[in-house]
Design a binder for this molecule. Sequence first.
Ligand code: TPP
Length: 628
Amino acid sequence: MPDDLKYLSYEELDMLCKELRTFLIENISKTGGHLASNLGVVELTVALHRCFDTSTDRIVWDVGHQTYIHKILTGRKDLFHSIRQFEGISGFPKTRESIHDAFNTGHSSTSISAALGMARARDIQEDDYRVIAVIGDGSITNGMALEAINDAGSCKTDLIVILNDNEMSIAKNVGGFSNYFARLANGNWYYKIKKKLKKILPKVPFIGRGMLKVFQKIRDIIKIFILPGNVFVELGFKYIELVDGHDIRELEKVFSNIKDIEGPIIVHVCTQKGKGYLPAEKNPDMFHGIAPFKIETGEVFRGVDSILRKSFTQAFGEKLLEIGRKNDKIVAITAAMMKGTGVNIFACEFPERTFDVGIAEEHAVTMAGGFAISGMIPIVAIYSTFLQRAYDQIMHDIAFQNLHVVFALDRAGIVGEDGETHHGIYDLSFLDTIPNIQILAPADHIELAMMLDYAVNECDGPVAIRYPRGSAGTVAEQAKKMGIEQIEDCYKEIKYGKGVLLESGKDVTIVAEGAMIEKALEVSAVLGQSEIFADVINVRSIKPLDSALILNSYRRTGKIVSIENNVAPGGLGSKILKLISEKTSGDADTVIVFAFPDEPISQGNISEIFDKYGMSTKKIVERIIDWR
Ligand SMILES: Cc1ncc(C[n+]2csc(CCOP(=O)(O)OP(=O)(O)O)c2C)c(N)n1
């Protein structure tokens, strides 16, 4: 437990840090997870736990992907093998897991706001504890963090912000702040000289103290000319410059000194992402979030699917490049997720038409509006879960003006091990409320390419295309397997508000969105073995919905099942229920909605989660058979 740390000597602490790194690497090589960021904060976490007491003091970890060491030190070492696994401990802070986790995080840049709220609550309630936000140089560039700094700097509330500067977001950090931090770090030689002079001069006889004053004056003048003005100081924070984040002694000295300083204070700590494991030091970007890997080489173990099937991300990147080659009005926008979204494929050839805005989803969307109104065609590639940040921007800046912006929503649906903060299971619901927008979902990577073509070349308002993590078997392959004859129908031209009937039955209609088609076809095949024959509809467009196609089928079968990788409220199923109740005499008993319930959905591998919520092929089939 953290208290035990307080009795260790510095030599023992150095050993402990080594052991922590080995333990971390061994475990994450099996489970996968956020390795590089955690390797970078080993000493910082140990020092924080030696100087603060997290059973009362509150540490809010921004994003929270760098809390593995914190978890190990706060009683979760024996559970660590289960990190990010189904029913195991989370890869992010969870207040339900430990009193040492002060606030749940997952999306970036919330820590200073949450910490300021805690600090203000403490003051009003006349409590006595310290509040510390730990935030990376990537996350601090986001609007939310800057809003919080603006607020915190102007008040007298005691608050400690640790800026963990490793010069990296997931990839190299971008933007003005990262340049600013680099300039501060380049001024580091100045601080080193200052430190040396401070040590040496007082010891020199006669000239010592007097000369020190003269040197201090000269130093201050030099400082004005060579160092950038400190933004944080200007905003009202006290600022502790460039602390070596891998030197426990130095970290402890600073933390002990500032513990009881009044008002808001920022400690700028410099760390190295991936520290202590060569493959991660060399490739911190790849080891930010990594699948299980071979420790000796850092090589990732790839599943058969990822070898045989093209991922949606790859397909998106390739099609974007193809479209961008034909049309120089195309610009690609990403919010710090260049590789994760596949935008890097386009960026290699068209860097001048690629914009990585940093962790700034709101800005990315409104900037796209600016591009669109100026005659360009922006394609904004953002993970579904992070687009939640930009709801108002989509509504206010894009949709009301009916601007032609294409949203490529990767990781839509259950994402697996990152858990509730990262599942993209809300976009169908929140986008459906937005006027003018079309929402499309491709069943496979071929359809994704077709939809991107359609969205760019046939549309003139906002279009969102949502697709899940990983890949899906192609509809053509699936159809062949099921003995469906009209395979060409799978890839019929994409048309406004139109779905396709993939398979004709008579007993039940199955309507599915996106990659759920694979499941729908499987369900249909298994039902066929029990002499239950299904219509299978690939809905393609969730907004607008192909009501005619769905109603025609329903009128023949009298029963309808919807399958979606989204929550039930406001999703595909709820739209079908509304359609049936408004346009037919059928009642709700003739509809089953397979979707995720209205509760946080925790982590696990994707099939375990589907199974838990009754959405595995087997459970869907059983329910349909029972129902009939
Ligand atoms: C709103 C939001 N957008 C994107 C992400 C994806 N993401 C997770 S960590 C990360 C980089 C964070 O960089 P930094 O704060 O410097 O932390 P480091 O990993 O370098 O320690 C990003 C972009 C996120 N978690 N939240």
